[in-house]
Design a protein around this ligand. Sequence first.
Ligand code: PEP
Ligand code: MN
Length: 286
Amino acid sequence: MQKAKLALKANPAHKTVIQISETVSVGGADLLVVGGPCTVESQAQMTAVASRMALAPVQALRGGVYKPRTSPYDFQGLGLEGLKILAAVRAKSGLPVITEVMAISQIAEIAAYADVLQVGSRNMQNFDLLKALGNVNRPILLKRGLSATLEEFVMAAEYILSAGNPNVILCERGIRSFDSYTRNVLDLGAVVALKQITHLPVMVDPSHATGKRELVADLARGAIACGADGLIIECHPEPEQSVSDARQALSLEAMADLAASLAPIAAAVGRRLLQPAGMLPQLALV
Ligand code: PEP
Ligand code: MN
């Protein structure tokens, strides 16, 4: 970490708390639990997700509208139509939304609709994108690259910080290894190390880390026990029908159960799990 300056802790108590909406923050006492599908597919899908998440201890929604697919022949996302769907469910549920930005040309459009901009693993070292995100008035969720060392990860955050945006959230999402049983290997050691080295919030994505829904809940709880500041987890009203990452998608009920199960672990490590504000009246009418 020799060249990092802005991401490093000045003292053991140094931590950055990032406000992602009026009522939701990450990096302080409150955990940030984010749920939603890999990909925004329709208004009906996102309304179902938002309605259920608003009744669970889940504080934000996720959903990709520009998707980094391995194959160019796979669905690439709804783009602007998807952003409008996110904005609509955000307004109705009161939950802030997180979505991925893949290119500099998408930044202004996405920043107009989303509360947090995600940089995906495949773009962790897209240095021009990182520099451009330094000028954005939105927090950035920076996912660890597929095979990035912690030094490379912290230096990627340093690009955004040094370009002027102090609100960077790190996200461990599993790294490539030799065993194909799981999609990736969740590096909980990295979570502990990053919390010691940097003052930035550290989140964990157990969905992409494992690629298997039956492994997600236990690793989510393990991540909170290890000091993670939050979780970002994929869930879908019809998990098997997900247009992307179906094998790792939780049902909405499983997601709500998982979120509720975090409360005693949060308390054991001195954190809090915000309880749902409840469904706003107009959501029930959709
Ligand atoms: C995603 O969040 O859907 C995603 C593509 O994640 P990652 O960049 O971690 O693979
Ligand atoms: Mn996904």
